[in-house]
Design a protein around this ligand. Structure first.
Ligand code: M6R
Length: 613
């Protein structure tokens, strides 16, 4: 995780870097730091905690300079304190580095450097890297770019790094392997960042740095890229499709609630140019270009983490129901290490909002090496996962800043459903009439979400009742089981209330023992999908005095009467219920967390983009 930013140009670097860090704070917020070169000095300032703490600390310091690098940290090696905060100096304090990733062989490298007389102040792998660069630079008498290149040849691990040198205030050298890095190209200035959000304000011309590439940004010169193996590369400049308003709260108190409310739009964006009401059809170019791979697939393997895994589970229900293809949904972290059976007839679908999740990235590498066809579903354009897949489909949910995933989830589900319906239609495993009905209904979903959002105030009121709770259970069946898992994850990650999702009928195999009048049980009990069976499950909870919060279909009175609190959602096809049922669960988690005074956008210990395994 961690966020990195760099600037070299004619402007003062400090405000650009701080604003950049604020945009990247979702990636980690254990500590923050900045390094600036000015007047022959390389000044490094750090603070434990958030970027705001750094700003306060730096307010008494010399923050001049038109070259600098900055970092916001999610701790991996070494606790989150001032000494371990980045940037790190080299021994002579000639170099400063920021790093996102993990150097796996740091201990061995450190041992070698200690023998050469280097001393270390922090527990970080990053300090080892900057010392190594300095050592290589001095012993070979080379410039910074060559030193970085030679040093990285000795390194095992993942990194995005930026390095500056006191005596050369006209150069930033950066490199990446496994962790993201984007260069923004302005007029006589360059920007560097972990993603494009700190850059969009200044330029829409970007270069996504490739794996194992080293970038030299020199004042008055064009960007230069070469690989760690010393091969020169021609930079591929792309136009950034992002606006600043997408990165601001737009009057909402938190990004999370803004993103929840954006869902009617983000779902329309996911469908734009893909779902046609007039033609009653779905078009996905990634599908059209690789039709045979989809139609001949003997098996689909979905690999993802967290919320994206939950979306994948909904995908499994849809692919099996509509396309009649067996599906396995894998946690990327398990899949990558358990020597799974994969072959050329497998279609592997990694799902990732960020496109940078280390485990999912490794799962893709593994599946690719075994000859499977990889079709990625990703939100962040140009991220590592979509760059590594054979084909794919962007979710187009726009930047998601809140650490708790909301709009990205519903966009992922939308793409999966479109794909499943499309394969089913092409294979003839669903009827034309059903396909057309689904296309029509899919287009109605954004308006139905708007109707659910109108209940925000009601949900915020009853959410207050539940701040006492230590535990929650979420239940659903069929397509609603993954929604129950997702509802529970939302609550636990932002409110720190323990929550478990279960298939409703599994209750009686254990969790029912937990039910008492203290235990809130959220049940998704919509008309579409095993309604009567879920009603029986609700009766079982009621009999044990559990508090029932139900998600019901508009007009339902049976479940409503059995419930302590109830939220209605419009009726829809069973496969689309997750797109609606997820919304009240997101709102409920949000309001409970707000009433509890939690930091909903930046929950403790979490980061948006998990680029370490
Ligand atoms: O970027 P990804 O979709 O690959 O991220 C996967 C998970 O880290 C992510 O969904 C996480 O579980 C979220 N905090 C959930 O809200």
């Amino acid at each position: 995780m961690c966020g990195i930013v760099g600037y070299i140009g004619k402007q003062q670097a400090y405000p650009i870097l701080i604003k950049g860090l604020q945009r990247l704070e979702y990636r980690g917020y254990d500590s923050a730091g900045i390094a600036l070169i000015h007047d022959g000095k390389l000044n490094v300032y750090k603070a434990k905690g958030k970027v705001a703490d750094l700003v306060q600390f730096a307010s008494q310091k010399d923050i001049s300079g038109n070259i600098g690098i900055a970092h916001t940290r999610w701790a991996t090696h070494g606790e989150p304190n001032l000494v371990n905060a980045h940037p790190h100096y080299s021994q002579s304090e000639e170099l400063a580095i920021i790093h996102n990733g993990i150097i796996e062989n740091y201990a061995l490298l450190k041992e070698g450097l200690i023998k050469e007389g280097y001393t270390f102040h922090s527990e970080t792998d990053t300090e080892v890297l900057v010392q190594l660069i300095e050592y290589v630079k001095k012993s070979n008498g080379v410039d910074l770019t060559s030193a970085v290149q030679l040093a990285l040849n000795q390194v095992i691990g993942a990194y995005a790094i930026c390095v500056i040198e006191k005596s050369f205030p006209d150069v930033i050298v950066a490199a990446r392997k496994g962790s993201p890095l984007v260069v923004g190209i302005g007029i006589d200035e360059f920007f560097l960042a972990s993603d494009a959000t700190p850059i969009v304000e200044y330029t829409d011309q970007v270069v996504y740095v490739g794996d194992e590439e080293i970038v030299t940004l020199q004042r008055g010169k064009s960007i230069e890229i070469k690989t760690i193996a010393n091969v020169q590369k021609t930079p591929e400049i792309k136009k950034l499709e992002m606006t600043i308003s997408q990165l601001e709260k737009g009057g909402y108190p938190h990004f999370m609630i803004k993103e929840i409310f954006e869902q009617p739009k983000t779902l329309s964006d996911s469908m734009r140019g893909r779902v046609s009401i007039d033609e009653k059809s779905i078009k996905l170019s990634g599908f059209i270009d690789n039709k045979e791979k989809f139609l001949n697939a003997k098996r689909i393997i979905i690999t993802a983490c967290g919320t994206s895994w939950h979306a994948g589970l909904i995908g499994k229900y849809a692919f099996e129901e509509f396309a009649r293809i067996p599906v396995e949904v894998e946690y990327s972290s398990e899949f990558r290490y358990r020597n799974p059976v994969i072959n050329e007839q497998d279609l592997v679908i990694p799902i990732s909002q960020s496109g940078e999740t280390a485990d999912t990235l490794a799962a893709v590498e593994l599946a690719k090496s075994k000859g499977a066809f990889i079709f990625g579903i990703c939100n962040v354009v140009g991220a590592s996962i979509p760059r590594m897949t054979h084909s794919g489909c962007y979710t187009h949910a726009g930047p998601e800043i809140g650490v708790a995933s909301t709009k990205a989830f519903t966009a992922q589900v939308t793409v999966l459903l479109m794909l499943a319906l499309l394969i089913g239609k092409e294979k003839g495993t669903i009827t034309n009439a059903f396909y057309e009905k689904c296309v029509e209904e899919l287009a109605n979903i954004p308006n139905k979400i708007k109707r659910i959002l109108e209940q925000n105030e009601t949900i915020s009121q009853f959410a207050k009742t539940f701040t006492y709770a230590q535990n929650f259970i979420y239940l659903g069946r069929g397509y609603n089981f993954p929604v129950a898992l997702e509802g529970a994850l939302k609550l636990k990650e932002i409110s720190y209330i323990h929550a478990e999702g279960y298939p409703a009928a599994e209750m009686k195999h254990g969790p029912i023992a937990l039910i008492s009048q203290e235990m809130p049980v959220v049940v998704i009990a919509t008309k579409a999908g095993m309604y009567e069976k879920v009603v029986s499950n609700i009766q079982e909870i009621k009999a044990r005095k559990g508090k029932i919060i139900s998600i019901v279909t508009e007009g339902d009175v049976v479940v409503k009467n059995l419930s302590d609190y109830s939220i209605s959602i419009p009726d829809t096809e069973e496969c689309f219920v997750p797109l609606l049922a997820a919304i009240p669960l997101q709102l409920m988690a949000y309001h409970i967390a707000v009433v509890k005074g939690c930091n909903v956008d930046q929950p403790r210990n979490l980061a948006k983009s998990v680029t370490v395994e």
